[in-house]
Design a protein around this ligand. Structure first.
Ligand code: MN
Ligand code: MN
Length: 310
């Protein structure tokens, strides 16, 4: 069951925490650009988490991973900005986890189990969301491998609520929960321009960084993190809705797509061990605008942070 030039296995068993088996497969067989490597030879592994179970405003991020894959085909493998090409990286796209509807804890456990398996093989992991809550199990998986883990978040929203609509685990609480895993001062927040007064007070007092301007924020983070292992989470709504309209909770006043890419390049010397791109919602996108930006963030991320690409 090969996907064009891609070597995705089509159906893959991934074992979750409670022994639940997640089958990574997709409705379609689109694979990310240049992802022709087998899993055991891959330096970078892409995995989709099509989850939007706690989305409060406009659902549809479950369709994000495949739309990002589809959009990626429109990109070149070569990055002129980096003078590096995906063709020199062994990339494997495992497809999407088949997550249960209506069972948030089970879905999160499956994501965590799958990420643990990917990280155990030593590959650079790229998770495609899904809503932002998928970052929480990914951070847990990373923290179990890298004890001194820091989390760098690009986002319009602080996501620091203690709870949201009665739920402790939500896209609106995900960074508060991540801070409970790695320590609040190991969460570095960039691009933040929306949240409650309480979230802003918490972020300013407790986060490792809490900066609205993406370039300034990225430079601050790069200075502070040194060689610590980093989990990078990119909520696409950090970008202004003019450039990334396809997202569930758009927030005006953000950076351009060029500024996001420039800011991510400031992190090139950090020890980024895994990354995600979340909150892409094709249901409210304008053409491929937002998914192709997400695909480019993934391409540049692999080329910058995966060691073999250098
Ligand atoms: Mn978010
Ligand atoms: Mn957001």
């Amino acid at each position: 069951m090969q996907a064009g030039s891609g070597a995705r296995a089509g159906v893959r068993a991934l074992r979750g925490e409670r022994g639940a088996t997640a089958v990574a497969s997709s409705f379609s067989r689109i694979a990310f650009l240049a992802s022709g490597a087998t899993e055991h030879k891959a330096a970078a592994i892409i995995l989709g988490a099509p989850f939007d179970g706690t989305t409060s405003f406009q659902p549809g991020t479950r369709f994000g991973p495949n739309k990002i894959r589809e959009a990626s085909i429109g990109l070149e493998t070569y990055s002129p900005a980096l003078d590096r090409s995906l063709e020199h990286v062994a990339i494997c796209d495992l497809g999407d986890l088949e997550l249960p509807f209506g069972d948030v804890p089970e879905a999160l456990e499956m994501i965590e189990g799958a990420l643990r398996q990917v990280l155990a093989g030593g590959a650079f992991a790229v998770l495609l969301g899904g809503e932002h809550l998928v970052t929480l199990p990914a951070v847990r998986a990373c923290q179990s491998v890298y004890r001194d883990l820091a989390v760098v978040q690009f986002d319009a929203h602080a996501d620091l609520r203690e709870e949201y609509l009665g739920q402790e685990d939500s896209h609106a609480t995900v960074m508060r929960r991540a801070g409970e895993v790695v320590g609040p001062d190991s969460v570095f927040q960039v691009g933040i321009r929306s949240g409650t007064r309480e979230e802003f007070a918490f972020g300013r007092a407790r986060s490792g960084a809490f900066v609205q301007d993406v370039l300034e924020g990225a430079r601050t983070v790069a200075e502070r993190l040194g060689d610590r292992p980093v989990y990078l989470t990119v909520d696409i709504d950090v970008v202004d809705p003019a450039f990334a309209p396809g997202t569930g909770t758009p927030e005006p006043g953000g950076c351009t797509s060029a500024e996001l890419l420039e800011a991510l390049a400031e992190l090139v010397d950090l020890n980024v061990v895994a990354m995600d791109v979340v909150e892409v919602n094709p249901m409210v996108d304008v053409g491929f605008t937002t998914s192709i930006l997400a695909a480019k963030v993934v391409r540049e991320g692999i080329l910058m942070y995966e060691k073999q690409a250098r």
